[in-house]
Design a protein around this ligand. Structure first.
Ligand code: HEM
Length: 454
């Protein structure tokens, strides 16, 4: 990879000039819609303006690989500094270069496949609670229920299973994180966060409540007799045995890494499951085939970890949902650290670069009937086959920053969806699909279903 200065004679990518406020408003209302419109009007690489900087969106697998892998060292993940001390240090997702490599190495052990498989019971216990709340003859808001489920799974994984917290706190942490992220692109945010507004107070109260359970969890983990499998225990042990490269020496550093994981991993599983319920309910043929497989393998009993390999159609549904409606429909933005070239165009230093995964995964050159939801296309496909950006598939991102929790997420999806559809019918109350968030990952608002006995 050349490090020579880039010629500034190169053209800028095509795109609308000006329209900053319109772009910012559309991003806040319908980010995915904005990306689809830019792709339709300007092509595979588009430069557009936002109030704080120029943005570039790329819509092919090859360009995605350039940004996320080949030229990764010049495109660092952009996370504006936290406005509320939610995260005061870098953590895995926000770090870059050697810092990221060191954290990733530590996390490889923290998220090792074997360790994740050992978490099956933790997920199954939380599925029991989910199923108990989604009993037949009720109407429920699935996004609400799934956020509660995802929050509990992540809390158990990250903090350990001891703290029993008000589930409301989970919802508040999620909205605090999103508010914090969105403030990053708001002008005069320094003034906004100081105003005595209810949302500022809510974020600070939420953080205080979360700190009140996190610091005791860190203290517990320091006890040499403690053998917890949670992420905090892993970080504390790594720092104690000297293999953390000087990281996680203070409680605040451990807390920040833990919060990073807690916040970053809740939305995507909720998105996958909500879209799963929507798409299965809207495709009676898919629902019929899934019910048939569940009847065959489970009969009348609840799902167990050993069933997973005997449910190929459920696995195919998961892969197809990740293609058709990827929870991370736009990868977290990368900031160009210097002038770079993408697709023959100049990308000026400071440009926020976004990969439109949703558009890439519907490209007809990669997928037959790309706009059709067809789980059957995955039957017989080995794990890992054709799962690269250049094949038009990248729901879990790309190395060196690929998702560490893919195995855990697959279990959350399979256990929850199988349990919901085994003996019940979920009928969405509206024909409207779930709404996307404006941060590139997950769903928002309400998604109500009526639950019947099957
Ligand atoms: C269906 C569910 C999920 C999807 C679609 C998903 C997707 C992604 C994507 C696209 C990235 C790359 C982001 C980037 O390039 O900036 C990522 C990173 C990551 N994910 Fe997930 N994720 C899911 C669930 C989870 C879960 C449940 C966990 C934790 C148990 C998790 C942990 C992580 C971590 C730690 C990273 C950062 C890796 C790094 O920067 O080195 N994810 N995920």
């Amino acid at each position: 990879m050349s490090t020579r200065p880039v010629s500034t004679d190169l053209p800028l990518p095509p795109g609308p000039r000006g329209r900053r406020l319109r772009n910012a408003t559309k991003r806040a209302r319908d980010f995915q819609g904005l990306l689809e419109e830019l792709h339709r009007d300007y092509g595979d690489i588009v430069l557009f303006e936002m109030p704080t900087s120029p943005w570039c969106a790329v819509f092919t697998g090859d360009l995605a690989r350039e940004v996320l892998t080949t030229q990764e060292q010049w495109f660092r993940p952009f996370y504006p500094p936290s406005n509320y001390d939610l995260l005061t240090h870098y953590f895995l997702q926000t770090s870059h270069g050697d810092d990221h490599r060191r954290r990733r190495e530590i996390m490889l052990a923290g998220y090792a496949e074997e360790r994740m498989r050992a978490c099956a019971n933790l997920i199954l216990d939380n599925v029991d609670e989910l199923i108990g709340r989604c009993s037949p003859n009720r109407e429920v808001d699935m996004i609400d229920e799934l956020e509660r489920f995802s929050w509990r799974c992540m809390l158990d994984l990250v903090l350990g299973r001891e703290p029993k917290l008000d589930p409301e706190l989970g919802r508040n942490v999620l909205s605090a994180m999103k508010q914090d992220l969105l403030l990053g692109i708001v002008p005069f945010k320094e003034v906004v966060i100081k105003l005595p507004l209810p949302f500022n107070r809510r974020v600070r109260d939420t953080l205080k409540a979360l700190d009140e359970v996190t610091y005791p969890a860190i203290e517990r983990a320091k006890d040499p007799a403690h053998d917890g499998h949670d992420l905090i225990s892993h970080l504390v042990r790594t720092a104690a045995d000297g293999s953390a490269h000087g990281l996680y020496e203070t409680d605040l550093e451990v807390r920040d890494e833990a919060y990073g994981h807690l916040c970053a991993a809740i939305d995507a599983p909720v998105g996958a499951l909500t879209w799963g319920i929507h798409l299965v309910a809207r495709h009676p043929d898919v629902r019929g085939r899934l019910e048939h497989e569940l009847d065959d393998v489970l009969g009348n009993r609840p799902i167990e970890a050993r069933d997973l390999r005997r449910l190929p159609y459920l696995r195919a549904i998961f892969r197809e949902i990740l293609r058709f409606e990827p929870p991370a429909y736009a990868m977290p933005a990368r900031e160009a650290l210097e002038d770079r070239v993408l697709g023959g165009y100049l990308i000026p230093k400071g440009t926020m670069t976004i990969v439109g995964a949703h558009v890439i995964q519907r490209r007809p050159e990669h997928w037959e009937d790309a706009d059709e939801f067809r789980p059957e296309r995955w039957l017989g496909v080995e794990a890992g086959d054709g799962m690269r950006p250049e094949d038009g598939y990248m729901p879990f991102g790309v190395e060196p920053r690929g998702c560490r929790g893919a195995g855990f997420a697959a279990m959350m999806f399979a256990f929850a969806l199988a349990s919901l559809f085994r003996d019940r019918r979920l009928e969405p109350l509206s024909r409207r699909p779930p709404s996307r968030t404006n941060i590139g990952i997950g769903v928002r608002g309400a998604y109500k279903v009526r639950i019947e006995t099957r």
